[in-house]
Structures are given as C-alpha cells and as structure tokens.
Design a protein around this ligand. Structure first.
Ligand code: HEC
Ligand code: HEC
Length: 223
C-alpha cells in the first residue's frame, strides 16, 4: 500500500496519539504495582501509606491519594536529594528511578480525592483557633492565611501548592516543625519556612487539628 503525504502524516499522528494514550495508562498501572507489591528492594508503599490509600494518621504517614502528580514526584526526588530528611522515606525514594517516581505519583494522583479524616471535632476550641489561622492567618505576626496559597478550603493549587485539608494532624505538625528546624528544605522560595517560623507550638497543634478535620471543606463553611 502506498500512502499519500497527507495520509502518511495522519497515520503517524494517529500512532503517536495511541502511543501516548498507551504510555500514560501504563504509567499509572506500573505505579499501582509498585504501590501494592513494591519492587526489587523497595517495600510496598501501601504498607505505610494505607491499604485504602488513606495513610496512617496516628503514625504520621501521609495520605497520598488525590494529591497533585507533580508535587508527589517532586517530593520523591527531594527525599532522594536529601532536601527532606526521613529515616523511613529516604532509603525508599533513593531506590526509585525517576520513571518509577513518576509512575507511582501518577497512580496516587489518579485515586479519588481527599475527604476530611476523623479527628478533633469542629467547634472545639482547638479547631476554631486552627480555622482562624487557616482561613485568615495571623496579621499581628504578618502571617498570611494558609488557604491564600493552598487554595479554597486547602484543596491545593497545582502544581506548586499541595492539598493540605484532610491530611493527618501528626503528619502536618511534623512538617511544620521540620520547616522550623530546617529538616525540610523542599521549598526553594522559602515560603513555608517563613510561615512555619511565625507559628507557636500551640498554633501548630491548632492548625494541624483543624486541617485533619475541616468544618465543611465542600461547602466552605466557617465554624
Ligand atoms: C516504612 C514506611 C513507608 C513506606 C514503605 C513508604 N513510605 Fe512514603 N512516607 C513515609 C513517611 C513516614 C513519610 C513522612 C516523612 C516525613 O515526615 O517527612 C512519607 C512521605 C511520603 C511522601 C511525601 C508526601 C507529601 O505529602 O509530601 C511521598 C510522596 C511518599 N511517602 C511516597 C511513597 C512511595 C511512592 C512509596 C513506595 C515506593 C512509599 N512512600 C513507601 C513512610 C513510608
Ligand atoms: C506563601 C504561600 C504559603 C502559605 C501562606 C502557606 N503555605 Fe504551606 N506550602 C507552600 C508551598 C509552596 C508548599 C510546597 C513546598 C514543597 O514543595 O515542598 C507548601 C507545603 C505545605 C505542607 C506540606 C504538605 C505535604 O503534603 O507534605 C504543609 C503541611 C503546609 N504547607 C501547611 C501550611 C499551613 C498549615 C499554612 C498556614 C499556617 C501554610 N501552609 C501556609 C506555600 C504556602
């Protein structure tokens, strides 16, 4: 069969589209295998990040489901580059290739988005104080609202600002403390370090408790 020039271009474009569709499908599938079964020398991600992809709030293991794909892949690269220190995640991320990082990030990003986790009841003094910081900031200290960067109700603004609502309180508090001590240096502009440095220990407890179980993230209600 002899193709005309136009037919040849059309065929090539069609094959390219098929290849791309197949590739992105394969990426998330390859990521699912790593998440569920692990791979040579790497533990299954779900062992710690939860069988239902919800993380393990009490242990401080974050939920990854529905988080932005670029953010997740960047964090894995950051662990490997030692911009983030974690005795558990450091060795795991170091064992992943850039392709495996992208695949597993694709998989977790494709899972259903976040719901508020169980936790400190809305309306309690701790949660109300946390809501104030998250929604309005603390202008006495020049600290903007968390949601000014993290989007309406903390749902995230891709690709640079991760979702933070519905994340475990222990994990969030650990990250804020890591920025204060310099154990997390993942944010080149230093935005989060500047925010964390303005938070007291009580502020950290309050905002972490609120974010774990926001009042009504879907409707955007205030407490
Ligand atoms: C042994 C437990 C364990 C296993 C297995 C594990 N993780 Fe983690 N992971 C953690 C802990 C603990 C943290 C939080 C580290 C910190 O406090 O900075 C974390 C954090 C992360 C983060 C950062 C999330 C964020 O919101 O910034 C990503 C991404 C991640 N893990 C991906 C993976 C992937 C992908 C795998 C499988 C290849 C995996 N983890 C396997 C314990 C684990
Ligand atoms: C000026 C913008 C800005 C403000 C305000 C801000 N953040 Fe962030 N935050 C960021 C950026 C950028 C990142 C991503 C850093 C990175 O790439 O690791 C981030 C990441 C985070 C993370 C890490 C999420 C994860 O999955 O590991 C937490 C937790 C967080 N912010 C909490 C807060 C809280 C709580 C507040 C309010 C007290 C707040 N942020 C206010 C910019 C901001």
């Amino acid at each position: 069969m002899k193709l005309t020039h136009t037919q040849a271009i059309q065929t090539a474009l069609c094959l390219l589209a098929l290849a791309q569709a197949g590739l992105s499908h394969a990426d998330a599938q390859a990521g699912a295998v790593i998440a569920k079964n692990g791979t040579a020398g790497i533990a299954a991600c779900m062992q710690c990040h939860g069988g239902n992809d919800v993380g393990n709030a009490a242990a401080g293991f974050p939920r990854l489901a529905g988080q932005n794909v670029d953010y997740l892949a960047k964090q894995l690269a950051d662990f490997k580059a030692k911009l983030r220190t974690s005795p558990l995640m450091g060795p795991i991320a170091s064992a992943l290739s850039p392709t495996q990082m992208k695949d597993v990030a694709d998989y977790y990003a494709s899972l259903p988005g976040w719901k508020p986790a169980p936790g400190t009841p809305p309306g309690s003094a701790l949660s109300v104080r946390g809501a104030q910081l998250a929604q309005h900031g603390n202008w006495d200290k020049g600290m903007p609202a968390c949601f000014a960067c993290h989007g309406v109700n903390g749902a995230g603004i891709a690709p640079h600002f991760p979702a933070i609502a519905g994340q475990g309180a222990v994990y969030i508090a650990n990250q804020l403390k890591n920025w204060q001590t310099g154990a997390r240096l993942t944010d080149p502009q230093g935005l989060m370090k500047a925010v964390a440095d303005k938070l007291s220990a009580d502020d950290i407890s309050a905002v972490s408790a609120y974010l774990e179980r926001p009042t009504n993230p879907a409707a955007g209600a205030t407490p």
